[in-house]
Design a protein around this ligand. Structure first.
Ligand SMILES: Nc1ncnc2c1ncn2[C@@H]1O[C@H](COP(=O)(O)OP(=O)(O)O)[C@@H](O)[C@H]1O
Ligand SMILES: [Mg+2]
Length: 275
């Protein structure tokens, strides 16, 4: 993967614009702001689709800082974050990666699903996440000191990830951390209503259904239905799709490939919306 691909698929410098909607569940906004002001790195833990990415873009916009987001994957190396020499017009030129840009220019660097990345990435993160706040660029011989308005935020999902793919304590203990979960029902109803335009009453019914489906987790279901999927479901209903069809496409099919599990989920949905 080339750096420009990383830049276009994963890293976006978000201009200081109006903060995208984020409904706080607890005091996570205050925690983020304290961590930022005290120059501490932040670790967000939680299942997929519960608002981590939205939270980070909301906070970056609120603080008026550019956001450099990188979706980590198992091919992602330290050089994808720091930068590399590229051949451009017959010349080799050093091109900063998203992490280096955030350190040079100031801003928030968000490494989504950080445990997916190659091991050499932690080597880069360690000196940045202690009080030195340094980014050594071996290839250019530079040693960058992070400015006060640089912040590192990482996320991972402790639920589905393999024990081998958990964060090592020596890495984890460098971060201030916050767990994200599914929001309480009244908050989730408001989020789904706001995101989809579906009435609060009907969103309430969806959120109650989600609670029932989430109780079925464990029985061959790796993860409960996310807030994101509830927003999808409500969006399709608003667009005119029949409820049962919307529910199958958003609350059943994305969760499991297993016929029996799907049938169990559909039964719970029919008990709520059927007839
Ligand atoms: N607290 C929240 N405030 C606003 N929207 C939320 C919230 N939680 C979840 N969402 C909705 O769920 C979607 C998925 O959230 P996202 O931040 O992408 O999840 P994650 O990064 O945890 O996988 C968002 O696009 C948004 O529509
Ligand atoms: Mg995300």
């Amino acid at each position: 993967m080339t750096l420009s691909e990383v830049a276009s698929t994963a890293s976006a410098r978000q201009a200081c614009q109006e903060a995208p909607f984020y409904q706080p569940v607890g005091n996570e906004c205050e925690l983020f702001e304290h961590a930022y002001r005290q120059r501490l790195p932040l670790l967000l833990k939680g299942p997929t689709g519960c608002g981590k990415t939205r939270f980070v873009s909301h906070m970056a916009a609120r603080l008026g800082k550019p956001l450099f987001t990188v979706s980590c994957h198992d091919d992602l190396t330290a050089a994808d974050l720091t930068g590399r020499y590229l051949l451009q017009g017959g010349e080799t030129r050093w091109v900063d990666g998203p992490l280096t840009r955030a350190v040079r220019e100031g801003g928030i660097c968000y490494l989504d699903e950080v445990v997916e990345a190659r091991k050499d990435v932690t080597v880069v993160l360690h000196p940045l996440t202690d009080d030195r706040r340094l980014l050594p660029l071996e290839r250019t011989g530079e040693l960058l000191e992070a400015p006060d308005d640089f912040m590192l935020v990482v996320s991972y999902n402790p639920g589905y990830q393999h024990i081998l793919k958990s964060l090592k304590p020596s890495t984890r203990q460098r971060f201030v951390a916050q767990t994200f979960g599914f929001p309480p029902p009244a908050v989730e109803r408001d989020i789904v209503a706001r995101e989809s335009g579906l009435s609060a009453d009907r969103c309430s019914a969806l959120v109650n259904l989600a609670a029932r489906l989430r109780d079925m987790k464990g029985q061959d279901l790796e993860e409960g239905v996310s807030t994101r999927l509830l927003v999808y479901c409500a969006t399709l209903i608003v667009a005119g799709m029949p409820i049962m069809q919307a529910a199958r496409a958003t609350l059943v099919e994305p969760l499991s490939d297993d016929d029996d599990v799907q049938e169990g989920l559909m039964e719970a949905i029919e008990a709520t919306f059927g007839g």
